[in-house]
Design a protein around this ligand. Sequence first.
Ligand code: G3P
Ligand code: MG
Length: 244
Amino acid sequence: MLVAAHRGSSGTAPENTMAAFREAVNAEADLIELDVRFTRDLEPVVIHDRLLRRTTGGRGDVNRYTVDELEQFDAGSWFAPRFAGERIPLLRRVLQELPVRIGINIEVKADGDRRSKALLVQHLCSVIHAYGTHRSLLVSSFDHRFLRVLHRQDPLVPLGVLLHPLRDVARRPSHLARRLHAGFILCSRTMVRRAIVEQAHAHGVKVGVYTVNRVIDLDRLRRFGVDLVFTNFPSAIRMALRNA
Ligand code: G3P
Ligand code: MG
């Protein structure tokens, strides 16, 4: 079972910062999951929310700022004073700076972004091609149209389909994965069922589940045969798997 550090080691450091990513590397996570949005000047940056407020105290939407303007925001203090000075990371820096042995799951968040998918895809792909081709990558999104456009632009980028708990509940995950050329389906802990895992596996599709922070949940998902778990505590989950 693979361990993905959800927004980095976000239980022990501020989510989606270099500090959280370094802790995930030290915890020997197999992958880091991070959320990507696009600045006004179309730079992919790593932040979960559409709005700056929760994690930086800034005003308004991430995509109203240029990459240079985002430099002013502190993305660490909200979590604990010792993380003051953490910035909103640029995807290109993350891909450059983290050791190649750790995989990166880029979750694209395009909600609230009215620009064309093709334009956003083009800018994501140019960063991936420049900085990401030497390592294991997985691009995922709840925005399935984004994934479709991405596959058209570069069929070699490995994809994961995020299942929306309401929109996708009645859909056959493996059909969705096949239609979108995705090797993974990713769903929440409350949505996953043994039948979903079996149906996906029968079609050669792997299954990832978020967010798994408790050993009792981990054990249940191991019994289901889940391939990948996203956790905010990669160190603890890695240890639980070693002792299992
Ligand atoms: O990619 C899995 C998970 O991160 C999706 O939900 O809101 O944590 O980005 P969220
Ligand atoms: Mg995410």
